[in-house]
Design a protein around this ligand. Structure first.
Ligand code: 4AD
Ligand code: MG
Length: 480
């Protein structure tokens, strides 16, 4: 007999039917009620044992964390809290969990801080919160593929090990097979990367964009969705050293088209989880409401999680130029009263997350797209505007998150791109293949990158990005 997932049993109307279920014990009450979860849903299945007729040795092994196989009859439940339950006819302990040892872990039934849960990230997925977050994460991931596939985008896998720095920001992890205690040196005494595995110095990718561009200029519409790496020493609730990024790249799209696509895309995937993750979102909403109630009144969100998600998909995102954004920020209360950590004085200043959040949460009260940023604060590949000082860049800013998307129309003019690279000391020899695309049938094209974990944060209401990826990598942390 094949066992049935708990999500199916809970929806079943076949009272009197026999089922086999496998899962882990969440609680065992009064020597009678086994609360079982198998990861298929946030909801547990109550299994009732006839304890007088059950072997004491077996009963003693029904402890929190143990894996069980249960066969029993589906019954209408007498108790409150569940529609149906299982009356156990046969029970097998598949994997025991010693209660004295469980007590020392986060599986023990009491409140554990998120920090504590992070230390036992291999067990935290067995809690309600992490079960819910990881199921939503999985659904979001599926929705992303579905969105682009329905629109006839081609999924391309860009390399993870690269010989170039896409963002030109230099925050990269090296990849090598050198023996660090015996490094080959050149005559000048420098490390000789010619002797390294790839015959040159290589890194983990910070973005698949440049390679995706070359594919868009042949396949038309493409997207990558993979892990990216940044060796930036940012200890914030929004930065990871290893995160996943979705990067669509579109031939013949200008910045307008790019913004339209990004907005439509985000709304689609949020709608998808609203429709497909109802139980998990309800649980996460209650959780967030509890968290919010512990904050001072003026810091509390005026909307519940689900309200916030629905609101985001219903309203159009506000679009403003960087210049307009600076004007608003310059004249804002927190700027005048010097409440910002970074006071906005002049045009050209980079927007910090406090500014982004002011625009979204206080000023416009909805997602905002800022476009046409100063060239000086953006990457080399963005298309220069005619004003000679701004580029066709766009960032999408979200409540509680700040920047969730960064994108641009790409500089398609060979001479202009070459000049921009030269100005920034980017070696033409490293990116000859990228420049080639501007020589052979160049055209207007655009793309963007969405930080997947920031999207999961928004959808689940989790405050810290470390709590929306199974095994977070941050400065000083690469356990598991
Ligand atoms: O703005 P970024 O750096 O843009 C790029 O990498 C472009 N090449 C994308 C493109 O146009 N194809 O990063 C894009 C997004 C950010 O908006 C943010 O959501 C996320 O990636 N991101 C991070 N997420 C988690 N941890 C980090 N350290 C992140 N850095 C960027
Ligand atoms: Mg950015």
């Amino acid at each position: 007999m094949r066992h049935t997932k708990i999500i199916e049993v809970l929806q079943s109307d076949s009272l009197g039917e026999s089922y086999q279920i496998k899962g882990w014990v969440r609680a065992f009450r009064s020597n009678r009620f086994i609360i079982l979860n198998d990861g298929s849903t946030i909801n547990n299945l109550q299994c009732v044992v006839d304890y007088e007729n059950t072997d004491k040795g077996i009963l003693s092994k029904i402890t929190i964390g143990a894996a069980l196989s249960i066969t029993g009859i589906l019954k209408e439940s007498q108790g409150a809290g569940q529609r149906v339950e299982i009356e156990v006819t046969d029970l097998e302990v598949l994997g025991e969990a010693n209660p004295d040892e469980v007590k020392k872990t986060i599986l023990s039934p009491k409140r554990h801080s998120l920090e504590k849960l992070r230390e036992q990230a291999h067990l935290r997925v067995r809690t309600n919160t992490f079960g819910a977050v990881m199921r939503v994460r999985s659904k979001l991931s599926f929705a992303i593929h579905q969105y682009f596939q329905q629109k006839d985008f081609h999924y391309v896998n860009t390399p993870i090990i690269t010989g170039s720095d896409a963002e030109g920001a230099g925050e990269m992890f090296s990849v090598t097979d050198f023996d660090f205690n015996n490094l080959p040196k050149t005559e000048e005494g420098k490390v000789d990367f010619k002797k390294d595995f790839f015959g040159k110095h290589t890194n983990l990718t910070v973005s698949g964009q440049l390679e995706a561009e070359t594919y868009a200029l042949g396949l038309g519409l493409v997207y990558t969705f993979g892990p990216t790496f940044r060796a930036e020493n940012s200890n914030t609730t929004r930065h990871l050293a290893e995160f996943w990024m979705v990067e669509p790249e579109m031939a013949f799209y200008d910045l307008e088209d790019n913004m339209d696509l990004a907005e439509d895309f985000i709304k689609y995937v949020i709608n998808y989880v609203l429709e497909n993750c109802e139980d998990d979102l309800k649980f996460l909403e209650q959780r967030l409401t509890k968290v919010e109630s512990q904050k001072p009144k003026n810091e509390r969100s005026s909307m519940s999680l689900i309200e916030k998600l629905k609101f985001t998909t219903a309203k159009s995102f506000k679009r403003i130029s960087y210049t307009e954004a600076i004007e608003i920020l310059k004249n804002s209360k927190p700027n005048k009263k010097k409440k910002f950590n970074y006071i906005i004085e002049d045009w050209g200043a980079d927007l910090q997350s406090e500014h982004e959040r002011f625009l979204v949460e206080k000023h416009f009260k909805r997602p905002v797209i800022v476009y046409d940023y100063p060239s000086k604060i953006k990457a080399f590949y963005m298309r220069e505007n005619e004003d000679g000082k701004t580029v066709r860049a766009m960032d999408i800013l979200f409540p509680g998150i700040g920047e969730i998307v960064g994108g641009s129309q790409r500089e398609e003019r060979y001479e202009v791109l070459k000049q921009k690279m030269e100005n920034l000391n980017i070696d033409e020899k490293e990116l000859w293949w990228y420049l080639d695309t501007r020589k052979f049938g160049t055209c207007t094209h655009s793309g963007f990158g969405l930080g997947f974990e920031r999207l999961v944060q928004f959808a689940t209401g989790m405050t810290n990005i470390r709590d929306v990826i199974p095994y977070p990598r941050t400065p000083g942390h690469a356990d598991f």
